[in-house]
Design a binder for this molecule. Sequence first.
Ligand code: PMP
Length: 405
Amino acid sequence: MTTDIKKIREEFPILNSRIGDRPLVYFDNTATSQTPQEVVESIAHLYEHTKANVHRGVHTLSQEATDLQEHTRRRVCEYINASGIEEIIFTRGTTEAINLVAASYGGAFFRDGDEVILTVMEHHANIVPWQLLQARHNIRLRVVDIDDEGNLDIEQYKSLFNERTVFASFCHISNVLGTVNPVKEMIAFAHSKGVPVLVDGAQASPHLKIDVRDLDADFYAFSSHKMYGPTGVGVLYGRRELLEKMPPWQGGGEMIKHVSFEKTTFADLPFKFEAGTPDFIDIAAFAKALDFIEKTGLDNIRAHEEDLLEYCTAEMMKIPGMRIFGTAPGKAAVISFLVGDIHPYDLGLLLDKMGIAVRTGHHCAQPLMDRFGIPGTVRASFAVYNTREEVDTFITALKRVISMF
Ligand code: PMP
């Protein structure tokens, strides 16, 4: 495995960066992962050779650009086992995908008094869009709690369903705790009550095989930039029957069949939900990031990350005063922690001086921070290119920083 990782690292020139006089240790992969050279080069190549607006021209370049974008749509469709390309909508990211569903589905179909089930471990991207809807409809958000390890309280989840429940939306993997939620079981339960489900897959898609048909998800959202891909691209998978009955959420070019001042008709799926010029260069390059994941193998990625998680956790637990938030069995490779009463921001700042990139703060999950009664954490998270040697560097640096307080 070590030699493979060495080879993989060669594909990520940014990993050779130095922060001051220290080599970079990049442990902020939950926020965004790095991008292999092949993907970076494909973006430059597209700008040099194939930049033309998609879906508009008969000219050759426009058709080539369109083909490349639509190739990615087919790749994504296969990748998540959707039943057709009309179920794959390109967005700017997970956030936009969730906003689309909340505004379009919620805006059209929710009524005053309706209830939406979320969990306490949601990213703000899966909280605020539902709250924005409350300006239009007096809906109530019901929130599933966790235990102290970070496992969702599934019995409470089930008990929250009642005749007013119209929707459930929850993350597949928590970006703070690393908890992998039993989403298949949760979806099956929601469906037994006739309730559709959105899964926020931002943290699952880089680590797990996603099969939307096996999960039976109604909506599944994720972002390219967390999957070794370019920024500015996300995907909303939606079940065709639901997408068909949902109204468009943004109006503009590309999403129409015919426009007149008297009456406008809308394009077929998926274009009905893709108003304006998409980020067609990055969408095209996203296919190369999927190639990278498939070539590396999700099983290999997961096994390597689990090894780092286990090793790093064991080393961290030897440090007096260490508190790790999120210890659910089978968790993903994310370690959120605090040491004694040292402020996470101070820890993060000093670790950066030693070349180590970790994230500090509330991680866009303030309700979860409130649940633990803390202002924030430091978060180290791993990707396939990280190594045990980097973990050693991190642990040494962490001990040094702690000794300064
Ligand atoms: N949900 C989760 C669980 C996340 O971790 C993130 C990104 N931190 C998002 C949603 C939002 O993703 P994006 O910023 O790419 O839209």
